[in-house]
Each structure stands twice: as C-alpha cells, then as structure tokens.
Design a protein around this ligand. Structure first.
Ligand code: CUA
Length: 124
C-alpha cells in the first residue's frame, strides 16, 4: 500500500475505536522501516492513549526511538519478524522519532513524527 493509503487506514481505525467507546483497547499501529523512511512517517494519537506499535523492516536492521518517551527499540532485519512496543501517549505536542542504528548514507534523515492531539475541544 502507498503511504497515503496507510494513513487513511490508521485514521479509519481510530474513528471506529472512538465510536465503540473502548478506552481500554490498545490501538495497534503498524510501521514499516526501509532505507531511509518510516511508513507512516506521521503517527497521530490522543494524549494518554494506549498505543501498540508493530514495527518491521523491509531491508536491514534499524532502530526506533521516540524523543521524550521511553520508546527505544531495535527493528530486526527483514525476515526476522517484527518488534512490538507499547506505550501511553504523552502530553499533546510533536515528538520526533528516529532511527538509532547506522543503516546507511541516509541514516540521519530517517525520522518521522508522533503527533499527540490537543484537547478534544480544540479539534477542527
Ligand atoms: Cu535506519 Cu539508521
């Protein structure tokens, strides 16, 4: 699937979870890593929401760290499975996530953003 399609799927699932009123269920977000991008590169969540990331690589081993959180894992190389990490979304704001393993020339540019929405009242 193209990145845009992925985002739509993530948003659709989020809306479904809201409708069900399920606060205890973790939202699962699948992320794939490939030199030198994460897909999706932007993950939008609500503050305090329980998130389960399932991250896999489509090539070599990468790292995944979200600044300002305790999330910091190694993504095994392709064919070695995925890494699962759960965390509670922090306060509203933008948190950069980045690769932490030297994976090639574009390593320093391999990053994305976790966006934690503001209070519901301020939503468009
Ligand atoms: Cu991927 Cu460094």
């Amino acid at each position: 699937m193209r990145p845009a399609t992925w985002l739509v799927v993530v948003f659709a699932f989020g809306m479904f979870a809201d409708k069900a009123g399920s606060q205890t269920q973790r939202r699962v977000v699948r992320v794939s890593a490939e030199r030198f991008t994460f897909t999706p590169s932007e993950i939008v969540v609500d503050p305090g929401e329980e998130i389960e990331l399932r991250i896999k690589s489509d090539d070599t081993a990468h790292g995944f760290r979200i600044a300002g959180t305790s999330v910091n894992v190694v993504i095994p190389k392709r064919g070695r499975g995925e890494v699962t990490v759960t965390f509670r979304a922090p306060d509203p704001g933008r948190y950069t996530f980045e690769c932490t393993r030297m994976c090639g020339a574009g390593h320093n540019f391999m990053r994305g953003e976790l966006v934690v929405r503001g209070p519901k009242t301020s939503r468009p």
